[in-house]
Design a binder for this molecule. Structure first.
Ligand SMILES: [Zn+2]
Ligand SMILES: [Zn+2]
Length: 163
């Protein structure tokens, strides 16, 4: 549903998405009936994401050593960049520890001057967790079903049923 407090944020959205939303409005479609491609979800700016749980996002983004590191050293600003950062923690040899010396952490320390990679992965993940499933590129999305020839059923599962 397009609620009033949601509307002003539209100006901050990437152009493609803005066009889709105005089309949706024009044809009276409900926002939850729209499914966006992962590339669009990834292009959204994470720090000011209008669809995130605002209170949690604000708390988790508060200026601190870890948010500064994410912003300045890892240069993460879009959802996709946060996802890449959070995914580093999935490396087989990564340990959820400050002193981890897995290849991912080593790269973070050496080339991105990160003092505590695991803390940055953890925070990036927590920030991504403020996104509702529909806006979170990490889960399954309609495009994931399309290749298997899922057809109508896939579309229904993907939440396109409102069309
Ligand atoms: Zn590691
Ligand atoms: Zn860092």
């Amino acid at each position: 549903m397009f609620t009033q407090d949601w509307a002003p944020k539209v100006s901050a959205l990437p152009e493609d998405l803005r066009a889709m939303i105005s089309a949706a409005r024009k044809y009276g479609l409900r926002q939850e009936g729209l499914a966006f491609e992962r590339s669009i979800l990834d292009a959204m700016t994470m720090w000011s994401h209008g669809m995130a749980e605002q209170e949690d996002l604000r708390k988790l983004s508060t200026e601190s050593a870890v948010t500064r590191c994410i912003r300045l050293n890892h240069k993460a600003s879009t959802v996709g960049e946060f996802r890449t950062l959070a995914e580093r923690a999935k490396h087989v040899s990564h340990r959820r520890h400050r002193e981890c010396t897995c290849p991912e952490c080593e790269e973070m320390i050496v080339s991105q001057r990160c003092a505590n990679p695991d803390r940055c992965y953890t925070r990036a993940e927590a920030i991504l967790d403020t996104l509702p499933p529909k806006w979170d590129p990490r889960g399954k999305h309609p495009e994931d079903y399309e290749e298997g020839g899922g057809g109508k059923d896939a579309r229904r599962r993907g939440g396109l049923g409102d069309f």
